[in-house]
Write a protein that binds this ligand. Structure first.
Ligand SMILES: *Cc1c(COP(=O)(O)O)cnc(C)c1O
Length: 376
């Protein structure tokens, strides 16, 4: 096995040390770290490839599509997809799932106009550019949730164009969730029947189904497709995700591609077969009970952090049932030490299930020490 040079081995060891160190002090990005996939190491020996549709037959047998179908079925179930009318696959992350949802929407409503709030993830504008879709940015409320009045007024102006709503189920900076029922009601009110709603549930999709009250984000609430990241709340060493859509909509695309002789319903040709295995393993390991337990721990510690910050005079805030704590922009030193995502005048901490109370205490102590030095 050890065919690499001494130099390369030293470099690998150094990389490993650096990564381990960085991993211990990261509070700002939405990647859960409480996982152990070592049971799957032996599968790294195979050139796994889930090429093609996970529900169609394939000639290539070094694949994990049975696991993939189980993962897709799990999410279709918790996202309350209509019986026998769902389809999906394991993606390379939330971005691909969002691209898929928008692609599907464009095929169904070629003249559609995409509406999304100004708090939408940066990758979405690029997706729309790829797809050549027209779009309008809607104002956000201070919480980060879409401004429903601005949406209503804008929809009214463009009544002749079918709307494609790109809803945020947990915005990147403040974890605000757009309410799909409210959005659907606005469109009902305006007698807009031809429409499509995609839920970008990259982070929150991992637990939104288990929140009380349950946010309005899924198929029963009116969504036509939902994207979730696998490496965010569930946690994985490789970015991955899941997209779920209504099967009859996907079949309209599949037909079009049948014409060129293929059941190529996914975006990539060759597809990662290792991440479906990881997600399958993770879901089997945690089950719904495990997810619920990790969620309640996160919510509890997020509340703990919020009040701890307030106690030292920092104006921390948190949306209802969010695991993201928002605070005024931190110093560059704090930002670098704790790897905090910062945008404009705010920074945030995402209290994922791996975060511990001592870690938060140490973070709060760093901020308190800095304030003491500054005489605040
Ligand atoms: C992280 C995120 C994305 C992108 O997902 P990736 O898995 O990083 O590709 C999209 N939207 C939101 C709201 C996100 O938080």
């Amino acid at each position: 096995m050890t065919m690499i040079t001494q130099d390369a081995r030293v470099a690998l060891d150094a990389l490993f040390e650096r990564m381990r160190d960085a991993n211990e002090r990261s509070l700002g990005y939405p990647s859960a770290k409480d996982f152990d996939y070592s049971a799957l190491e032996r599968f790294l020996r195979f050139p796994i490839n889930n090429v093609g549709d996970p529900f169609a037959d394939a000639t290539y047998r070094v694949e994990t599509r049975e696991c993939e179908r189980e993962v897709v079925a799990f999410f279709a179930d918790i996202f309350r997809a209509p019986q026998d009318d769902w389809w999906g696959y394991v993606t390379n992350g939330g971005t691909e799932g969002n691209l898929y949802g928008l692609y599907l929407a464009r095929e169904l409503l070629p003249n559609g106009m995409v509406y999304y709030s100004e708090q939408t993830h940066y990758s979405v504008a690029k997706n729309l550019h790829f797809l050549g879709m027209r779009h309008i940015t809607i104002r956000s409320q201070r919480s980060g949730e879409i401004d429903y009045e601005d949406l209503r007024e804008t929809l009214k102006i463009h009544r002749d164009v079918p709307p494609i709503i790109f809803a945020n189920i947990g915005t990147t900076m403040t974890e605000a969730r757009d309410d799909i029922r409210t959005i659907a009601a606005i469109m009902d009110d305006l007698a807009i029947r031809q429409r499509y709603i995609h839920s970008d549930a990259a982070l929150s999709g991992g637990y939104a189904a288990f929140l009380d009250p349950r946010p309005a984000f899924d198929f029963a609430d009116g969504a036509d497709s939902i994207a979730v990241s696998g490496h965010k709340f569930l946690g994985a060493p490789i970015p991955c995700g899941v997209v779920i859509a209504r099967k009859h909509n996907v079949q309209r695309i599949a037909r079009a591609i049948d014409y060129i002789g293929s059941l190529d319903t996914t975006i990539s040709g060759s597809r990662n077969g290792f991440s479906p295995l990881m997600l399958w393993y993770r879901l089997r390991e945690l089950g719904v009970e495990g997810i619920r337990e990790r969620l309640s721990r996160s919510l509890e510690l997020a509340a703990y952090l919020e009040s701890g910050l307030r106690a030292i005079g920092i104006d921390a805030r948190r949306n209802p049932n969010a695991i993201t704590v928002v605070l005024p922009r931190v110093s560059d030193a704090i930002r670098a030490k704790w790897q905090l995502a910062t945008a404009g005048n705010i920074s945030h901490v995402i209290v994922l299930p791996n975060v511990t109370r001592p870690q938060l205490d140490s973070f709060i102590a760093d901020l308190a020490a800095e304030r003491a030095v500054q005489g605040v």
